[in-house]
Ligand binder design. Sequence first.
Ligand SMILES: *Cc1c(COP(=O)(O)O)cnc(C)c1O
Length: 475
Amino acid sequence: MQYLSTRGNAEPKTFTQILLGGLMEDGGLALPVTYPKVGDAELSAMRSMSYSELAFAVLSKFADDIPASDLHALVDKTYTAEVYCNGRPDSDAAAITPLRELEPGLYLQELSNGPTLAFKDMAMQLLGNLFEYALAKNGDTLNILGATSGDTGSSAEYAMRGKKGVKVFMLSPYGKMSAFQTAQMFSLQDPNIFNLAVRGVFDDAQDIVKAVSNDLDFKTKQRIGTVNSINWARVVAQVVYYFKGYFAATQSNDQEVAFSVPSGNFGNICAGHIARMMGLPIRRLILATNENNVLDEFFRTGVYRPRGAAETHQTSSPSMDISKASNFERFVYDLVGRDPAVVRELWREVDKGGAFDLSRTPYFLRIADYAFTSGNSSHADRIETIQRVWKQYGVMIDTHTADGLKVGLENRETGVPLIVLETALPAKFEETIIEALGQKPWRPKAYENIESLPQRSTVVDVDVEQVKAFVVANS
Ligand SMILES: *Cc1c(COP(=O)(O)O)cnc(C)c1O
């Protein structure tokens, strides 16, 4: 399988070649030349597979330059009940991403049973094993530099801890994460994990990462890499659970389902789009945003207008607080008939801080063919949804999943099973749960006293040179 750039000016690459990289050299994102198709017979064969068998069946189509036996071993090591069972009561967690039925035809898909209690573990754990494998093969090392406001950083650290050849330098805004998120990251004692608390806000931390990445000399010499949401392996690993959810909600391949996806950077739902392009019978992909409705606006109007940092709302579903959606270019590439010249033109505006409007183009007229629909949600909606689900079904959901459920129900069709992707456990967002339900959320055993464990971090100024010096001294 060859990978092209959405902007059309990069040499085709293999899966392994794009595994450790970020953007393609022309600034575009990597996509396979074609989406492998899964026919009726193969779907039937997949129906009874375990999660790791399914992961191999899907991933081997995309990672065809990794020997099958190696890929099998990596997938088997990643998708185990030990990694994806956090002791959640009355869950079939051993099934990995099981459906939880709320009522006939309405399901939550449990994607948050991994080590950091958010869906990002589904892909990030695989990435950790893939990185270690690829680095060992070439005798290489990698220093991962990232900025986080919570979920991505902890997921990356738990995936990379103890991995040979990999070090993680994770920048976070000093004193700005929740006590739980801080404890999750700072209590890690693994010698290859470094937490840097930046005296500033998240954007300061991210600007430092960008400045370091733009220093190509430093980047090459120090072997700097990233694990952000444009990483192709992360996207493709997420395709697997759409298959799993589909099979769990249907009895035969002529049935269709809808997925509702709490969205930020368009990574999760991009995987749903790819699953559908491969032939999975998905009738609707329902994109849910919070008050940061950049993507909802696009699917309603055809206008994509990324916001500035000042226009970005801080909400109670913080992992969806984005100003622009870094994976969206992948979908637009398909929407415009895979014409890189059109993508280049559109992103010339976006990269200058502008917007584009497809509403009067033939592309937007065809948007219905891609099965997307969308909606948004507010703080009041989240509180109301969390309360209702607790009262009606006795199930406690987190704020992001509440956004997905609210928008999903608004777009529900009779007779079509609706699967709402659960993207985090309520334990991560204790404050809002207390606001909604007047009680603390349930916590997995391993996290019961996490705030009282010894913590390890280094406080730094908003100073690129200081961060560079730290990386040099510790890599
Ligand atoms: C990252 C995240 C999202 C958004 O996912 P995208 O792939 O960025 O669209 C939603 N919910 C939670 C809990 C997350 O951590």
